[in-house]
Design a binder for this molecule. Structure first.
Ligand SMILES: O=P(O)(O)OC[C@H]1O[C@H](OP(=O)(O)OP(=O)(O)O)[C@H](O)[C@@H]1O
Ligand SMILES: O=c1cc[nH]c(=O)[nH]1
Length: 212
């Protein structure tokens, strides 16, 4: 796979181990949901390593001092519905004061094209660091459309975080939005004829919400 400057692959053993359990077909809904949350938190820790800091004056029991704290507007976490919702709590565990937007997209089962049905973002979106999350980056259609929608609303500083990606989706997303930082838990082999990621983990939304 071609290397892109704006793409980060996580090779931390804890992330890889948890993704392997996630993939198993016998992993049940409850465990699956918890793993998605944990992986999102581990990825988020790294993906947010460039949040801006400012020196703030505080008082310890000993004396006054200046100490760094996160600066600027609160982070915006934007899950792509439905499956992206599974990652929100994990990122919130790191940044409890984050605001949460929602983008509703589903893939047409025949054409694999994404269809939008909802968009609500925290304002002023243009002043926030935005983390778009979705466990799966397959053809890239959903992520590309979600980010296009966020940009139409004024979003600029955008990161995209997923758990499993196909090379086709990474390339498409990089080409459509080269300014977006992309974080990937594991790069899989390819897409199959139904645009499912191989070996992947099946349908992430159904496995998180127990709808199959
Ligand atoms: O890269 P793409 O080819 O667009 O595929 C990825 C999308 O497919 C899945 O959602 P799905 O449409 O199944 O909806 P759901 O989250 O409601 O289950 C997944 O959560 C992504 O949003
Ligand atoms: O493999 C895939 C591809 C798209 N969406 C999923 O949930 N899984």
């Amino acid at each position: 796979m071609e290397k892109f400057e704006n793409v980060t692959y996580f090779n931390h053993p804890l992330i890889q181990h948890k993704i392997s359990i996630l993939r198993k077909k016998e992993t049940g809904t409850n465990e699956f949901r918890h793993l998605v949350e944990e992986i999102a938190m581990l990825e988020g820790f790294e993906a947010l390593n460039d949040l801006p800091l400012e020196e703030v004056e505080i008082e310890t029991p000993i004396e006054k001092c200046k100490t760094p704290m996160i600066a600027g507007r609160k982070l915006a976490i934007v899950p792509i519905l439905r499956a992206g919702l599974g990652m929100v709590e994990g990122i919130l565990a790191l940044v409890p004061s984050a605001k949460i937007g929602h983008i509703g997209l589903y893939r047409d089962e025949e054409t694999f094209e994404p269809h939008e049905y909802y968009c609500k973002l925290p304002s002023p979106i243009e002043e926030r660091t935005i983390v778009v999350c979705d466990p799966m980056l397959a053809t890239g259609g959903s992520a590309i459309d979600a980010i296009t929608m966020i940009k139409k609303h004024g979003g600029r500083n955008i990161k995209f975080m997923c758990i499993i990606a196909a090379p086709e989706g990474v390339k498409a997303l990089h080409e459509a939005h080269p300014d977006v930082q992309i974080y990937i838990g594991h790069l899989d082999r390819c897409l199959n004829e139904h645009a499912y990621i191989c070996p992947g983990l099946g349908d992430a939304g159904d496995r998180i919400f127990g709808t199959k």
